[in-house]
Design a protein. Structure first.
Ligand SMILES: *Cc1c(COP(=O)(O)O)cnc(C)c1O
Length: 360
């Protein structure tokens, strides 16, 4: 089986964790601080605040911007559920704006229509590792005085016009094992705004800026030194991982673009795509997925149900029609693109899809 994802844990991570365990300081300590410092280079921001998941990073970022009851946050319905749920956690209302079919990110042309007097922020998602249309999103945010909270959970190191995602507003990254780098579970918030960064640090640690002094309602969102020690090793490999993903994507596209009925992912000019997922579109998605799985190739559907159509959101009364997201949900299929794929596996993927296309 060629798996859809394969986290790479080597001897270096094992040693790093062992060292932390032997040190006896296993909760948040120096490793977390070192990891945060190291990550600011990846995000191109002054501050980075490590937390225990990408979801926690989104939640804390929203709270740090003062978002809560009565507020609206515009976001994409075509994402992992955590994107919108983080908004619900604050008692604000996620407002869904449709995607554009080419990059699967927020369609910048439609965002303005969704702005009301209650809108406080835009939360673009850099889906699959492809940056959202940040120039236009930034202009809209500036015109309407809205915060930008970037869901960069799939986009470590992705760039838009040479600028790293997570540095356009407040960024949130995930280090879940299938992401482009891992800490086991984990996440990080990135920002150039010291006030936001300080507030995130408080929210992470029970609203405390000083031991046993609690100014605001916070949570326990802390990352452990065990996780951070894995993250430090992984961060050192991220550049190579990304280059490998990009190379794999290029080979896949070279092999697949001539096959009828398959649409390969596009990279918008000026964008650096880090290929968290390599996602094709095809009208016969379910049949192709079954054929590939039957032939030992793992696939993924990201995502089969857009968020506004999830039972939770239906229950909340969402009745939006967001045709591009709904169409994408029926047509997308992610293929293996992870750094551990070898040439012959890429050939197998391409040849199997060609064979399917010829047989049908
Ligand atoms: C993974 C992911 C999250 C949540 O991150 P966790 O670390 O799993 O909490 C949020 N948004 C997107 C787009 C993701 O892919």
């Amino acid at each position: 089986m060629i798996p859809i994802a394969k986290p790479q844990i080597d001897e270096a991570e094992v040693q790093a964790v062992t060292e932390v365990l032997r040190s006896g300081i296993i909760a948040q300590g120096q490793r977390v601080a070192d990891f945060e410092n190291a990550f600011t280079e990846c995000s191109g921001t002054e501050h980075a605040i490590a937390v225990n998941s990408g979801t926690a990073a989104l939640h804390a970022a929203l709270l740090a911007h003062g978002i809560g009851e009565g507020d609206e946050v515009i976001t994409s319905p075509f994402s992992f559920i955590a994107t919108a749920n983080s908004i619900l956690y604050t008692n604000a209302r996620p407002v869904f704006s449709d995607i554009e079919g080419k990059t699967f990110n927020l369609d910048p042309e439609q965002i303005s229509e969704k702005i009301t007097s209650k809108t406080k922020a835009i939360m673009p998602v850099h889906l699959y590792g492809h940056p959202a249309e940040m120039k236009i999103i930034r202009e809209i945010a500036e015109d309407h005085k809205l915060a930008i909270i970037e869901d960069a959970c799939q986009a470590h190191g992705a760039k838009y016009d040479g600028k790293t995602v997570g540095s356009f507003g407040t960024g949130a990254f995930s280090f879940y094992p299938t992401k482009n780098m891992t800490t086991s579970e984990g996440g990080i918030i990135t920002s150039n705004d010291k006030k936001i960064a300080d507030k995130c640090r408080m929210i992470r640690n029970h609203g405390s800026s000083q031991r046993y002094l609690h100014g605001i309602l916070g949570f326990n969102l802390r990352m452990t030194d065990i996780s951070a020690s894995i993250g430090l090793v992984q961060l050192g490999k991220l550049g190579n991982y990304t280059a490998q993903r990009q190379q794999n994507a290029k080979k896949l596209t070279q092999g697949l673009e001539t096959i009828e009925g398959i649409t390969c992912p596009e990279v918008r000019e000026g964008c650096e795509h880090v290929f968290h997922q390599y996602t094709i579109r095809t009208q016969e998605r379910d049949k192709l997925a079954e054929y590939l799985n039957h032939n030992g190739i793992g696939t993924g559907i990201h995502y089969p149900i857009p968020i506004h159509k999830q039972p939770l959101y239906q229950e909340l009364g969402y009745a939006d029609e967001l045709p591009e997201s709904e169409k994408a949900s029926a047509e997308v299929l992610s293929l293996p693109v992870h750094p551990q794929l070898n040439e012959s596996e890429i050939d197998i993927i391409i040849n199997t899809i060609r064979q399917w296309s010829e047989e049908k």
